[in-house]
Design a protein around this ligand. Structure first.
Ligand SMILES: Cc1cc2nc3c(=O)[nH]c(=O)nc-3n(C[C@H](O)[C@H](O)[C@H](O)COP(=O)(O)OP(=O)(O)OC[C@H]3O[C@@H](n4cnc5c(N)ncnc54)[C@H](O)[C@@H]3O)c2cc1C
Length: 396
C-alpha cells in the first residue's frame, strides 16, 4: 500500500427542510475528536471533510465548520433537490474520488490521493441506503449501526487475510456495534487482503453508518476556520429519468431516532396515573431520554389531566408492532409486562433495565437488569443516585 493514497475522513451530511439533522453534527463531533488525536499520534495533517449535497443549502456550510469540519464540499444543484439514491450515490462518489477536491482539502497530500481513508454516514433510513450503495460502488466494506469508534494499530493473524501470519494493520478503524440484544459487542474491521497465496488487495475507505444519538456534537465555535469547496456534479441523461413529482415529509410527533435512551412505561402507572406519569417524565428529563408507552396507555384506559393525556397517552408514543420500532442504547421498561407486540418494537435496544413488581413478567427475560419493586419507590431512589453522578444527567 502507498500510505498517501488514502487520506481524511469524509462525513456525509443529511439535512431536512433546510436544517441539518442532529446525527450530522454528532458524526462531525466524533470525527473531530478522533482526528485531533489521530493527527497528533501519527504526526499527520488529515482533515475532517463534510460532504453536503442538495439545492440552496450552501448556507449550512458555516455551521458544519463551527461543528468540526475542516472542509465542506458542497454540491448545490437543482438535480439534488430531491433525495434520489442513484443520483446521490453518483455525486458522493464523484466527490470522494475527485483529485481536484483532495487538492483543495490538503494540497500536500493531493498527488497520491485515491480515496478517503474513512467514511461516516448516519444510520437512519437515508444514510443506511446511501452508505450501502456508495460503498458497493467503491467496492469496499461497510459496518452498520455503529456506536463506538477507535483508531488503532493492531496485529492481526487470520487464516485468509494474512495467511495465518501475524501482520500489523496501521490506522485500523475499530467499529463497534451492539448485537444479540446487548449481550455482545461486535467489533467490525475492514482489513486489506495480504495473503499472497490467495489474493492481495486493499479496502478503502473503511466506512460505517452511525446510530443517531451515539455521539455528542462538539460545542460550536464560530471562530473555527475551514474551507468551503464548491463541487460541480456531472449527470447523465439516464440519471435524470427518475423524477420526484411531489414529496411530503411526514414528521413524527415524537422523535425516537435521536435519543440514546428511551423510557417506556405501561399499565404499572395505574395506582396514580397522573402522579406516576409525572414521575416518569421527571426521570426522563433528568437523563435526557425520550418517553414511549405501551399500546393500552394510548387507549385512554386511565384518566389524567388534559395536558398529560395529550402529551403522553397518544398513539405516536406507542412502541411495538402497532407503533414505532426503536433501538436506543438504553431502554427503561417501567411498569410494562413485555408482551410480544411490545418486545417486537424495542428488542433491538442495546441494554434493557426493567422496573416491575412481578418477577414472572416476560419483560424479565428480555431485560439485562430487572429491578423488582414499585415504580413509585424505585424511580425516586434511582434519580437520587443519578444526581450524584453529573455525567449521567441529561446524557441525550
Ligand atoms: C394486534 C395487537 C397489536 C398490539 N400492538 C401493541 C404494540 O404495538 N405495543 C404494545 O405495547 N402493545 C401492543 N399490544 C398489546 C399487548 O398485547 C399488551 O396487551 C400490552 O403491551 C400490555 O401493556 P402493559 O405492559 O402496559 O400492561 P400489562 O400487561 O398489564 O403490564 C403491566 C405491568 O406493570 C407491572 N406493574 C404493576 N404495578 C406496578 C408498579 N407499581 N410498579 C412497577 N410495575 C408495576 C405489572 O407487574 C405488569 O407486568 C397489541 C395487541 C394486539 C392484540
Amino acid at each position: 500500500m502507498t500510505e498517501g493514497q488514502y487520506r481524511h475522513v469524509y462525513v456525509v451530511i443529511e439535512h431536512i427542510d433546510g436544517k441539518l439533522i442532529p446525527a450530522s453534527l454528532e458524526m462531525l463531533g466524533e470525527a473531530r475528536r478522533l482526528f485531533d488525536d489521530y493527527n497528533k499520534r501519527y504526526n499527520l495533517n488529515e482533515k475532517v471533510v463534510a460532504v453536503l449535497l442538495g439545492h440552496n443549502i450552501k448556507d449550512l456550510s458555516k455551521t458544519l465548520i463551527e461543528h468540526g469540519a475542516d472542509a465542506v464540499v458542497v454540491a448545490d444543484h437543482p438535480n439534488l433537490k430531491d433525495l434520489i439514491n442513484v443520483i446521490q450515490t453518483k455525486v458522493v462518489n464523484q466527490i470522494t474520488l475527485s483529485k481536484e477536491v483532495a487538492e483543495k482539502v490538503e494540497p500536500s497530500y493531493a498527488n497520491e490521493y485515491l480515496r478517503p481513508r474513512y467514511m461516516f454516514f448516519a444510520a437512519d433510513s437515508i444514510g443506511r441506503h446511501l452508505s450501502s450503495t456508495v460503498l458497493a460502488d467503491l467496492d469496499s466494506g461497510l459496518a452498520s449501526d455503529v456506536n463506538k469508534l477507535v483508531i488503532s494499530d493492531m496485529s492481526i493473524t487470520h487464516h485468509i487475510k494474512t495467511g495465518g501470519k501475524p501482520l500489523m494493520y496501521d490506522k485500523t478503524l475499530e467499529m463497534y456495534r451492539v448485537d444479540f440484544s446487548g449481550f455482545l459487542w461486535t467489533t467490525i474491521l475492514c482489513l486489506d487482503n495480504r495473503n499472497e497465496k490467495i489474493s492481495v488487495r486493499e479496502y478503502s475507505p473503511q466506512a460505517c453508518n452511525i446510530i443517531p444519538g451515539a455521539f455528542q456534537p462538539i460545542d460550536p465555535d464560530p471562530s473555527r476556520k475551514g474551507i468551503i469547496i464548491d463541487f460541480e456534479p456531472k449527470f447523465d441523461d439516464a440519471d435524470l429519468k427518475i423524477k420526484v413529482l411531489s414529496q411530503t415529509f411526514v414528521k413524527s410527533e415524537v422523535d425516537f431516532e435521536n435519543y440514546k435512551t428511551i423510557v417506556g412505561f405501561g399499565k404499572g402507572i395505574q395506582a396514580a396515573p397522573e402522579k406516576n406519569i409525572k414521575l416518569v417524565e421527571e426521570f426522563a428529563n433528568l437523563i435526557g431520554a425520550q418517553v414511549g408507552i405501551t399500546l393500552p396507555i394510548s387507549k385512554n384506559v386511565f384518566s389524567a389531566s388534559p395536558a398529560t393525556t395529550s402529551t403522553y397517552m397518544i398513539p405516536a408514543r406507542v412502541i411495538g408492532t402497532s407503533g414505532s420500532k426503536v433501538g436506543p442504547m438504553l431502554y427503561f421498561a417501567i411498569g410494562l409486562s413485555g408482551a410480544q407486540q411490545h418486545l417486537a418494537g424495542m428488542e433491538e435496544s442495546g441494554f434493557v433495565i426493567a422496573i416491575n413488581t412481578d418477577e414472572e413478567s416476560p419483560i424479565k427475560d428480555a431485560s439485562d437488569i430487572f429491578l423488582k419493586g414499585r415504580m413509585e419507590d424505585v424511580l425516586p431512589l434511582l434519580m437520587a443516585e443519578i444526581k450524584k453522578e453529573p455525567q449521567l444527567v441529561k446524557a441525550k
